[in-house]
Design a protein around this ligand. Structure first.
Ligand code: PLP
Length: 381
C-alpha cells in the first residue's frame, strides 16, 4: 500500500540558516532585516507598489477589509466557492458578503454574475484566484471602475501566476497572499498584503501595527508613535520571515517542480477526460499558472466520495473542498446568495484534489495516477 499525504512541507535551502541568523541578529519581533527583505522580494515578484508581510492571508484579508472602509450594511461581492477567510474579513466589519456563482471552466468568480450583483450598497469585489489561476480581472476591473468599487485579490494560492503577463498581486487595488504550509511557498503560517494603490500604503502600515504610526516613527518621520487609527497586530515575527526568505529564494525552482507534477497529472488523465470520465483543470485564456493544485471533477457526489475512499484505501490522500459558503450556517447568518449558485453546488460535490508537494517524485505521481485509473476504469459506467 502507498503512503502519500496530500501535502508535505519541505526545507529547500537557507530556511534554517536564516532562522539562526535572525537569532544572531538579536531581533525576533517583526519588521526586522528578514521581514524587510521578504517585503521587497514579494513586491518585485508581484509588481505591486508595496508588500507587507502578515501572519496569515486571513490577516491580510482583514487588513484589506479595513482599507476598503467597510461598514455595517455595505456589500462585498465574492464567490461562494472559497475559503472562509474571504467572507470572515468582510463579516467582521459588519458588511455583507454577497455570494455569486463561479465559471464552470475556471472555477473562478463568474465576472458577469459579479456585475449583475452590484447594488447601491456594494463597496468592493473580492476575487479569488482559485487553484492559482487568476480570475477574469479585466472584466471585474471594468465593473469596479463603472461603480466606484474596490477590487481585492484573494491571491492566497496564486503567488507566481500571471494574467496576460501581469502577476497576481498587481491585478487589483490590493491582494492577499498565504504562506500556510499547504501553499507553494511556506512559513508554516504566514501571509502578505500587496498594494497597487500607493495612497493606501501608509494606512496599511498603520493598520498592521496595531493602529499606530510606528512604521513612520522607525523611519524617523515622526518623533513619537501613537494610536492614530483602527488596527491590530498583523505582522509576523522575524523567525517566520527568516524561514520564508529561504523559501522565496527557491520560488522559481518550486514553481517549475509543481508545474512538472501538474503536467504529469494532465498527461495521466487526458484520455479519460477525452471520454468524459473526469474533468481536469483548464488553464484560462492568457493565464500562466503556478502549479498550486491539481484537481479532478468526478461525475457526482457518489462517484467523488467513492474515488476518495478508493484512494484512501490505496494509501493516497485526495481531499475535497470547499463546502459552499452561501449555504453554510455562518454564510446564511452573515451573507446572502445572489440567486441560486448551481455551479458552486455542483463543483463542491464533484471535486477531489490530488497530492502536490515539492518532495513528490515522478514515480509517486505515476503511482497516484495508476491507483486513480484503477478506480476510474472499473467505475467507467
Ligand atoms: C482562497 C483562500 N483564501 C484565504 C486563505 C487563508 O489563508 P491563511 O491560512 O494564510 O490565513 C486560504 C487558505 O487556504 C485560501 O485558500
Amino acid at each position: 500500500m502507498l503512503n502519500i499525504p496530500f501535502n508535505r512541507p519541505s526545507i529547500l535551502g537557507r530556511e534554517l540558516a536564516n532562522v539562526q541568523a535572525a537569532v544572531d541578529l538579536g531581533q525576533l519581533s517583526g519588521d526586522g532585516t528578514f521581514t524587510k527583505a521578504c517585503n521587497q522580494r514579494i513586491a518585485e515578484m508581484t509588481g505591486a507598489n508595496a508588500a507587507l508581510l502578515t501572519h496569515s492571508c486571513t490577516a491580510a484579508l482583514e487588513m484589506a477589509a479595513l482599507l476598503c472602509d467597510l461598514a455595517p450594511g455595505d456589500e462585498v461581492i465574492m464567490p461562494s466557492f472559497t475559503f472562509v477567510s474571504t467572507a470572515n474579513a468582510v463579516a467582521l466589519r459588519g458588511a455583507v458578503p454577497v455570494f455569486v456563482d463561479i465559471d464552470p471552466e475556471t472555477l473562478n468568480i463568474d465576472p458577469e454574475a459579479a456585475a449583475r450583483a452590484v447594488t447601491s450598497r456594494t463597496k468592493a469585489i473580492f476575487a479569488v484566484h482559485y487553484a492559482g489561476f487568476p480570475a477574469a480581472m479585466d472584466r471585474l476591473a471594468e465593473t469596479a471602475r463603472d461603480h466606484g468599487l474596490m477590487l481585492v485579490e484573494d491571491a492566497a494560492q496564486a503567488l507566481g501566476s500571471t494574467l496576460n503577463g501581469r502577476a497576481a498581486g498587481s491585478l487589483g487595488d490590493m491582494a492577499a497572499f498565504s504562506f500556510h504550509e499547504t501553499k507553494n511557498i511556506i512559513s508554516g503560517e504566514g501571509g502578505a498584503l500587496t498594494l497597487m494603490r500607493s495612497d493606501l500604503i501608509e494606512r496599511a502600515e498603520i493598520i498592521r501595527e496595531k493602529g499606530t504610526n510606528r512604521s513612520r516613527f522607525l523611519r524617523g518621520q515622526v518623533d513619537k508613535y501613537t494610536w492614530v487609527d483602527l488596527g491590530s497586530s498583523m505582522l509576523p515575527g522575524e523567525l517566520i520571515a527568516a524561514f520564508l526568505a529561504g523559501q522565496l529564494d527557491m520560488a522559481e525552482a518550486i514553481r517549475a517542480r509543481r508545474l512538472a507534477i501538474y503536467d504529469r497529472y494532465c498527461a495521466g488523465f487526458a484520455d479519460l477526460e477525452d471520454v468524459d470520465r473526469v474533468r481536469m483543470p483548464h488553464v484560462p485564456q492568457g493565464v500562466s499558472g503556478n502549479g498550486h493544485m491539481f484537481y479532478l471533477l468526478l461525475r457526482d457526489i457518489e462517484d467523488r466520495d467513492a474515488f476518495i475512499a478508493h484512494m484512501r484505501a490505496g494509501g493516497v490522500v485526495t481531499p475535497f473542498h470547499y463546502v459552499p459558503l452561501h449555504s453554510a450556517p455562518a454564510g446564511l447568518r452573515y451573507g446572502r446568495a445572489d440567486g441560486p449558485l448551481p455551479v458552486t453546488d455542483d463543483t463542491s460535490a464533484r471535486l477531489a484534489r490530488l497530492p502536490m508537494f515539492w518532495a513528490l517524485e515522478d514515480d509517486g505521481v505515476d503511482e497516484i495516477i495508476a491507483l486513480a485509473r484503477d478506480y476510474l476504469f472499473v467505475r467507467q459506467n
